[in-house]
Design a protein around this ligand. Structure first.
Ligand code: PBG
Length: 330
């Protein structure tokens, strides 16, 4: 066995050149998906209090931003609507062909046809109670009834020109139903990015503030359908089911506290794996950055590179805009 002093691991860390030569992972523009909050109206941009540095934007403002970021190499954006009116018990607004998301999809594809547009498929922005699905009298989220609405929602996004639908609702069996609906309505090339291992996480708090669903949700939780943070094997099971049902890509969410799941899934499956660095992770990093406790650029880049090391193919991150600027520096 070779031992010290024959082995000195630091030889490969001695200069930047040798470090670059042996580095195993790299973060590029191709790894980034930018989640955005879309507002009704025009010329609107509002900073989200619990996510300092992240803005809700009306479509016109968003298009200007996206055009700039596309120039810097952005490949994909994912849309979250801020719905203030039109919340109902049965979430009819979710499949309105002229709804906020549907209109925004059309506008982006008209202006930037090569930018991939991903849409969230779930009912929480549209229900009065803030749950991702329809509920019964006891407030229990109904699986099969919800899937019917999710399919209509997915089709309305496909009709608007979306590239990828992303069910984030965690109903059982929704991937195959959405896939069959897409086939039936003649959208065989619309991909499905399944939020497969989505945990019932407190790290979604700032997101719910951002889309204005936390008030509607009140004290209710999503633990009846999202995963228990204690469980790892179950996540692998969820991912396997979604792949089997026809998911083109699968997702683990939240990200940084769940890198073990990503790592295991990337070894086990050959389907692309994405992760979501969620709102609470952003809030955590950003408050440390804003307090001067962490170096902004280094903290952001390291947090994202670690997703690559864990085996991610792409990362949804609110930092995508800043990172594209970093990657284009020099
Ligand atoms: C809802 C949805 C949530 C997020 C994305 N889609 C919140 C939830 O499940 O309550 C969270 C994203 C984030 O925290 O950044 N379908």
């Amino acid at each position: 066995m070779k031992r010290f002093p024959l082995i000195r691991k630091r030889r490969l860390r001695y200069t930047q050149s040798i470090r670059s030569l042996v580095s195993e992972n790299v973060l590029t523009a191709n790894d980034l998906i930018w989640p955005v909050f879309v507002l009704e109206g025009e010329n609107r941009s509002e900073e989200i209090p619990s996510m300092p540095g992240v803005f809700r934007m009306s479509q016109d403002v968003l298009l200007i931003k996206l055009t700039q970021l596309f120039e810097l190499g952005l490949k994909a954006v994912t849309l979250f609507p801020v719905v203030t009116d039109n919340k109902t018990e049965f979430a009819e607004e979710s499949y309105n062909p002229d709804g906020l998301v549907q209109c925004t999809i059309r506008a982006i594809k008209a202006e930037l046809p090569e930018l991939l547009v991903i849409s969230d498929v779930a009912l929480d922005p549209y229900t009065i109670h803030g749950q991702d699905g329809l509920i019964d009298d006891e407030g229990y989220v109904l699986n099969d009834e919800t899937i019917e609405v999710l399919c209509k929602q997915a089709i309305s996004h496909a009709e608007a020109g979306v590239d990828i639908v992303a069910p984030s609702d965690m109903m059982d069996g929704r991937i195959i139903q959405i896939r069959m609906a897409l086939e039936e309505y003649d959208f065989p090339l619309v991909s499905i990015l399944a939020y497969s291992a989505k945990y019932a996480s407190c790290f979604y708090g700032p997101f719910r503030d951002a889309v204005g669903s936390s008030g509607n949700l009140g004290k209710s939780s999503k633990e009846g359908y999202q995963m228990d943070p204690a469980n790892g094997k179950e996540a692998i099971d969820e991912i396997a089911l979604d792949i089997d049902e026809g998911a083109d890509m699968v997702m683990v969410k939240p990200g940084m506290p769940y890198l073990d799941i990503i790592s295991q899934a990337s070894k086990q499956f050959n389907t692309p794996i994405f992760a979501y660095q969620v709102s609470g992770e952003y809030a955590m990093l950003q408050s440390a950055i804003d307090n001067g406790f962490l170096d902004e650029k280094k903290a952001i880049l390291e947090s994202l590179l670690c997703f690559k090391r864990a085996g991610c193919d792409a990362i949804l991150t609110y930092y995508a805009d800043r990172v594209l600027n970093y990657l284009n520096e020099k």
